[in-house]
Design a binder for this molecule. Structure first.
Ligand code: TXA
Ligand code: MG
Length: 343
């Protein structure tokens, strides 16, 4: 089922929302928009419902899911305790693109947390997600609504392409705002640790609670065991191989030309500042280098644009790892098969 709630004023009494909620109550899986990316939701208290998420996505069973809640009061119902440090974060950033990891009280199904003693919770800030959570009165386990390994969906069309026929329904609420997933913050230790950079930046967090750490395994895929199990898999990958090009414009153009001399059709993802200076078979702009939030918003769409085209390799520029650039480069590094730097 495909419901379009895009143009409507939405709340939990909307007929499409009620229909989607009734499927969720029957242990079905339904995709819905959040302010970050589309999620694939199921009743977090039902092992059978959650199993359907893993099956639809082809997701490895050892990768735990985020539990989505309608409001702050519900956090207490799934965690053992809320540590002191988390209170100002909840106050300041929720609802919003921040996922917090606490000790679980065991009330969610075992496969939600993949057997871990902790649980990830998030309160999405999107009218459709809110309406659905209120209508079904359930905590919803929801990973991004893509096939495992693919870029996360920022539109209902992306979800449809990856999952149609594999889910009970898709709620179309238009394109998502943030464009990259929530920041995952582990609050179970002395100092909170960022396990995945995302919609709320390190600077945003530090402005509220002082020092936060970054999981050491984030930047090197090979060494160290990432604490967030999901970070160890190939992720966000378009169909054609993606190469990151780090260097000036003439170095970038040289890489394009070399590929084309080898008979490859080349797609390019570049900022609006650089796009018009580059010549390739197809050039996709992804926002301005002056506004990395714009780049974040457009990134997953840009990665999917070449899928239906006959493109052999995608070359993409790199961005400064500042503010949202941290999350942008984290996703690009995971999506890319290699990086070529100007000597
Ligand atoms: O913005 C988002 O967070 C989106 C929307 C749909 O809410 N959801 C999302 O879910 O990105 P997913 O499943 O694609 O990513 C969840 C991440 C994974 O890296 C997973 O390993 C980590 O959160 N995670 C979940 N529970 C965890 C836990 N108990 N301990 C450590 N990491 C956990
Ligand atoms: Mg995901």
């Amino acid at each position: 089922k495909f419901w379009n709630v895009n143009e409507q004023h939405i709340d939990h009494t909307n007929e499409h929302i009620l229909e989607a909620a009734s499927l969720l109550k029957k242990q079905e899986v339904v995709a819905f928009p959040t302010e970050t990316v589309y999620g694939l939701g199921a009743d977090a208290t039902s092992e059978a419902a959650v199993e359907r998420i893993f099956a639809a996505k082809g997701r490895p069973a050892d990768n735990p899911l985020i539990v989505h809640l309608a409001n702050k009061e519900q956090i207490k119902e799934v965690v053992e305790e809320i540590p002191e440090v988390a209170h100002p974060l909840i106050e300041r950033f929720l609802p919003g693109p921040l996922t917090l990891i606490f000790k679980s009280n065991g009330s969610c199904a075992r496969n939600v947390t993949a057997g871990l003693p902790t649980v990830a919770v998030r309160i999405p800030d999107h009218p459709v997600a809110k309406a659905l959570l209120e209508a079904c009165q359930l905590p919803l386990a929801a990973p991004s609504a893509n096939r495992s390994g693919r870029p996360s969906p920022t539109s209902a069309q992306h979800v449809y392409k990856d999952l149609h026929g594999r889910v009970a329904g898709i709620v179309d609420g238009g394109t998502t705002g943030v464009g990259l997933e929530s920041t995952v913050l582990d609050c179970t230790g002395e100092v909170p640790v960022i396990l995945r950079p995302g919609g709320v930046t390190k600077q945003d967090l530090e402005a509220v609670i002082g020092e936060v750490e970054v999981d050491g395994a984030l930047d090197n895929n090979e060494q160290g065991q990432p604490k967030s199990p999901g970070m160890k898999y190939t992720h966000y990958a378009p169909e054609a191989p993606l190469w990151l090009i780090e260097g000036n414009l003439s170095f970038f153009q040289h890489q394009i030309d070399e590929q084309r001399r080898n008979g490859n059709r080349v797609g390019v993802i570049a900022s609006q500042e650089h796009a018009s200076s580059l010549s390739a078979d197809q050039v996709q702009t992804c926002g301005s280098r002056q506004d990395l939030r714009q780049v974040a918003e457009q990134l997953y769409h840009s990665l999917r644009v070449f899928d239906p085209e006959k493109i052999d390799v995608i070359l993409c520029e790199t961005f400064p790892k500042e503010g949202m650039g941290e999350a942008v480069m984290n996703r690009l590094a995971k999506a890319a098969t290699q990086k070529i730097s100007q000597p």
